[in-house]
Design a protein around this ligand. Structure first.
Ligand code: PBG
Length: 310
């Protein structure tokens, strides 16, 4: 009876696994602030991609951690940059059984850790950064990424990425715009995972947590600029924004249950303070119930492999 009247499902194909790959690693290594999550070598990344495909997940989102960073984030557009190498490896490993996604953001590659390049006064230069984003989109498409995750929050990023891809002949490469991306403390463990160089914050380009309308407006702009999917991020603290974007959006809406949201549950579970499996599942159901067509979750593969999601 409960099953037949249940309103919301979480299925493996509605989940995307975010993964980290670090240049120079020969084996995977744990991330202290994200229990159960690892930085991967290219080999271990191939292995986890194959597992994600076998489990029937919808996709994999790759984040690269380069060995060297500079002011322009050169590694992002270098075909031999770690993220582009990783995208090639994953695309080769999983073919079309899993949507191969890459983080389209400069912050992992810049020595100052910002999502854009800086002007002479040290401020993020939105329009100068757009050229870098256009080149980065093409580099990722050339490497075999099928869906690009625009997470830099530069105005016009979706438009320039679409134009550059079309001009280079990558008309089939799709864009996932992190449209309603908030300046959140819940990204804390992620910044450990990518060994972020950031000092300060991203409040000049990510959204103020107090603003729901702004999330709707950013989503509408990205759709106008050619986004195929829009995203709300973080997820649990923004379910109201997610519901409103989902109600208004003509394109699919995804949500990202971010590192801090994952880590809170994982840490409490490690202490025996919460039932980690039930809490992760409840979080996913609530995000789907609020209107997400798919969810990025660090718990995705574990939950599916242990048949807690099927
Ligand atoms: C930017 C990016 C971030 C996350 C995803 N893409 C970090 C940031 O904006 O500071 C955070 C994801 C998470 O916390 O799990 N490259």
């Amino acid at each position: 009876m409960r099953r037949i009247v249940s309103e919301t499902e979480v299925r493996p194909h509605q989940l995307v696994l975010p993964v980290f790959v670090r240049e120079g690693l020969t084996a995977s290594q744990p991330i202290a602030s994200m229990p159960g999550v690892e930085q991967h070598s290219i080999e271990s990344l191939r292995a986890i991609s194959a597992r994600a495909a076998a489990a029937g997940l919808g996709g994999i989102m790759i984040f690269g951690v380069p060995a060297v960073r500079d002011a322009l984030g050169s590694g992002a557009t270098d075909p031999e940059g770690i993220l582009n190498i990783a995208a090639r490896a994953v695309a080769d490993e999983v073919g079309e059984s899993l949507v191969v996604q890459t983080d389209l953001c400069l912050d992992e590659f810049t020595d100052h850790g910002h999502c854009g390049i800086l002007d002479a006064e040290g401020r993020v230069d939105n329009d100068a950064s757009l050229e870098r984003y256009a080149a980065m989109a093409v580099a990722q498409a050339e490497a075999g990424a099928q869906l690009l995750g625009l997470s830099g929050m530069m105005d016009g990023q979706t438009r320039v990425a679409r134009a550059a891809l079309d001009e280079a002949g990558f008309t089939d490469v799709a864009l996932l715009a992190y449209s309603a991306k908030y300046a959140s403390a819940f990204y804390g463990p992620f910044r450990d995972a990518v060994e972020s160089a950031l000092e300060g914050d991203r409040r000049t380009y990510q959204i103020n947590p107090a603003n729901a309308r702004e999330g709707l407006r950013e989503s509408a702009l990205d759709i106008e600029e050619g986004a195929d999917i829009v995203m709300v991020k973080p997820a649990l603290a923004y379910l109201d924004v997610l519901r409103r974007v989902a109600d208004a959006s003509p394109v699919p809406v995804w949500a990202y249950m971010v590192s801090g949201e994952y880590a809170m549950i994982a840490a409490a579970a490690q202490n025996g303070w919460i039932d980690g499996d039930r809490a992760q599942l409840e979080a996913l159901v609530s995000i789907r119930r609020a209107g997400a067509d798919a969810v990025l979750s660090y718990a995705a593969l574990d939950l599916v492999e242990r048949k807690l999601v099927s």
